[in-house]
Design a protein around this ligand. Structure first.
Ligand code: ADP
Length: 242
């Protein structure tokens, strides 16, 4: 390939379908979704409950396979990979943030953040260094040894974000990342996501809060397993309350 070949989009999904068979009815949780996400985008996925947001996130995040359709992630077709191969893709390419933080209790922040590096076979010393650096990036350099119960909800979500970026992923998927946080803390978390995005990270998150979607650079609305709207916008700057 010549140096002038433009890089492929990070996410190139075509006609994704996910069908559940329940007795003698079939349910199309994804009903022909095509979406492209370029490197450096900050995308919010919105839609009513049951519209297919989580199903779409799970397929794009390589946690689940579509029933049919094509999904090229970072230049590789991943829609037909085995579960083990998908796990490899996740470890190398993707970071995850969840609504409920999903941190190990009674385990320090630095050890929680190290976990993806344990799976990647990184040495103990390098793990500790990279984990401490990731926690510094999210503003928790002084809390390395705190356990989740010693941290506020916003701080726990920061630890989870540090864990999501410690492996230098190409893309971070976040499922309702502010769903368990109050308004002020939600803005702080969105501010952190904006910082990471401005630093070059591609981020896709699900939210049902229009106020939170304003901080993204693009809003995709899903309904009945289909994309019904997809608009780019100037992101609102997340500013901390005085
Ligand atoms: P959302 O995240 O927007 O609330 P989901 O993606 O969770 O929506 O669900 C979309 C549709 O697929 C819903 O009707 C849901 O009940 C159905 N669904 C999701 N997962 C399963 C499953 N494992 N088995 C059967 N139906 C499912």
């Amino acid at each position: 390939m010549s140096a002038s070949t433009p890089p492929s989009p990070l996410v190139l999904a075509r006609d994704l379908r996910k069908t559940y068979v329940l007795g003698d009815t079939t349910l199309n949780a994804l009903d022909g979704v095509s979406v492209t996400v370029e490197r450096g985008e900050f995308v919010a996925i919105m839609g009513p409950s049951g519209s297919g947001k989580s199903t779409l996130m799970n397929v794009l995040g390589c946690l689940d396979r579509p029933t049919s359709g094509s999904y090229v992630l970072d230049g590789n077709e991943v829609s037909r990979l085995s579960r083990g191969e998908l796990a490899d893709v996740r470890n190398k390419t993707i970071g995850f943030v969840f609504q409920s933080f999903n941190l190990l209790a009674r385990t320090s922040a630095v050890e929680n953040v190290e976990l993806p590096l344990v799976y990647a076979g990184v040495s103990r010393r390098e793990r500790r260094e990279r984990s401490a650096r990731a926690l510094e990036r999210v503003g928790l350099g002084a809390r390395l040894d705190h356990t989740p119960s010693q941290l506020s909800g916003g701080q726990q979500q920061r630890v989870a974000i540090a864990r999501a970026i410690v492996n230098d992923p190409k893309i971070v998927f976040a499922d309702e990342p502010t769903g368990n946080l109050d308004t002020k803390t939600s803005v702080e978390v969105m501010r952190l996501f904006q910082e990471l995005w401005r630093g070059g990270l591609t981020i896709v998150f699900v939210t049902h809060e229009p106020d939170v979607a304003l901080y993204s650079s693009r809003v995709i609305v899903v309904r009945d397993g289909k994309i019904v709207s997809d608009l780019r916008q100037d992101p609102k700057v997340a500013e901390l309350a005085a």
